[in-house]
Design a binder for this molecule. Structure first.
Ligand SMILES: C[S@@+](CC[C@H](N)C(=O)[O-])C[C@H]1O[C@@H](n2cnc3c(N)ncnc32)[C@H](O)[C@@H]1O
Length: 221
């Protein structure tokens, strides 16, 4: 059985329209898509030898004949038939670099599913600036980590978002799931720990952290 995070990523893929998983590693997302009955082209891309071998091995072992494996960097070998890309389990700078190195390929890509493990607040504004609107999103908690998963769809008429919606997601703010609320509480608690360590109520950093915590408390009220 695949992990809760990978299963949530698969659930965000709604269109069976040729899907490339960039940084596929084990290939579990692609195998799960086939298992779910997705019939379109599937491609796993890996730019490192061992994960690539791992990917090829898992695909071969699965018995599915038609999952392509590319030993390649980012979107370099993703042709214009691919309409959905998944980039999961990486830092935001790598994700951004993968996209900007092949920006012209976005012309063909309609759906993008992102699981960034750093700088989560930059994810939504970045993809919105490239002409994608938020299609769906979910926060999940697994192995002591909160994951903020977002799917984007190409859109000519992108909604206007508030600052809070850009950082946390409109759907997440409406649903206020337990995992979402706990993610916010976790940040508040981490900030309190830092404040206690600084132990100087007049310091600028403490002021900033207290302000951030007031803002976060407002989010989950
Ligand atoms: C931490 S793993 C995540 C694997 C899987 N996507 C997941 O979410 O479980 C990140 C993978 O991305 C691959 N990777 C990083 N940068 C890449 C790039 N520019 N092109 C292709 N693969 C890349 C790494 O080799 C690594 O296997």
């Amino acid at each position: 059985m695949i992990s809760k995070r990978l299963s949530a990523i698969v659930n965000l893929i709604k269109n069976d329209n040729n899907i490339a998983d960039i940084g596929s590693d084990h290939g579990y997302v692609l195998l799960e898509l086939r298992k779910k009955g997705f019939v379109s082209r599937l491609m796993g891309v890996e730019n490192k030898k061992n994960p690539f071998l791992h990917l090829k091995e898992n695909v071969a072992r699965s018995g599915y004949q038609n999952i392509e494996c590319a030993y390649s960097d980012g979107l370099n070998d993703v042709d214009n038939e691919f309409k959905t890309i998944v980039i999961a389990g990486m830092g935001f700078d790598i994700i951004k670099n993968i996209i900007l190195s092949n920006k012209e390929k976005l012309k063909y890509i309609n759906n993008i599913i992102i699981d960034s493990h750093t700088d989560k607040s930059k994810v939504r504004p970045f993809f919105i600036s490239l002409g994608y609107d938020i299609d769906d999103e979910v926060v999940i908690f697994e192995d002591d980590i909160y994951y903020d998963l977002v799917s984007f769809k190409k859109c000519n008429n992108i909604q206007k978002y508030t600052m809070e919606e850009l950082e946390f997601g409109k759907t997440n703010l409406l649903n206020k799931s337990n995992d979402f609320k706990n993610m916010i509480i976790d940040e508040i608690n981490k900030n309190i720990t830092i404040i206690q360590k600084i132990n100087d109520p007049s310091s600028l950093r403490v002021g900033e952290l207290n302000k951030r915590n007031d803002y976060l408390r407002g989010i989950i009220k």
